[in-house]
Design a protein. Sequence first.
Length: 356
Amino acid sequence: MNRFEMLFEELPEEVECALITSDINRRYFTGMKSSAGVVVAFRNKAYLLIDFRYIEKARNTVKNAEVIEQKKLYQQINQLLKEHSVASLAIEAQTMTVSTLNSIRNHFKDVEINDTDMLSNAINSLREVKDEDEINCIRKAQEIAERAFDDILGFIRVGVTEREIALELNRLMFLYGAEDLSFETIALAGANTSMPHGVPSDKKVCEGEFVLMDFGAVYNGYHSDMTRTVCVGEPSEEMKKVYSIVLEAQLACLEKAKAGMTGSELDYIARNIIGDSGYGECFGHSLGHGVGLEIHEIQNASPSNKEMLKSGSVITIEPGIYIEGKFGVRIEDFVILTENGNVNLTKSAKNIISLQ
């Protein structure tokens, strides 16, 4: 069963046609990256309408949809709607702009437009569970990031700046095969590590400071995500204590994370340990999030998520403690959830590293 067939299994029978316009979802269904194009999917056939810039690549790449060169988009879509005798059309309400929706309404006056979250939710549900090919891409992306991490440890020393560390991490990930960065690399030192998503600056690393790095690589469209916190020189007793609490919370989550539990249940494991240690107010973000073609996907491990996590989903486990004006610690792996537990895709060491 291809992904279009799986999509219509998720949708009610009255949905006759799905219009897929977002770049990410178009890539998910066709296997091709492009900045333009529209997928028109019916229950018995799918089409990719794409312009001259991509037409040769599309004809050589796309397998599950008929490729049509885009000339007059709305006229071509109308023709397909008539050929398949459909009276209703579902759109991606969570990603489509109001302007595009208005154009669709103006051009398809004889078709009922379903502008609810139905189609977006169905696609999100499919994308939440990764197949073997997706897992292989995610695993390769993580291997690239970890190779870069191994090398960056020899680069970090007193006097280098946060910006230089971030740039070197980026260079290494591209060197080892990344097609892109998962997000703007975070590299922070000293007191700046208390900002969970701080921006690398010209601050220089000093003796006895933590360096926190949050980064990832993209391989064939799929993202990796990891965070490690290391120390240049010897950490203080307080730094060791906080690091050990964060590590304890993360290891407890890794031990218990599995499909069938809710996002809030998983989040609570770490939040309870950190709270009992007296640092509850210093853990202000969710435990984790889904990862795939996008760096943040459903589901998430947060206090508010009462939905069950699915087998085959990939989710981060990233507890942290951030003490304003002093330092912060975050340790992040990401795992594939299974019915009986999880498979950790992150292999880098997590013991506190003191760089001399």
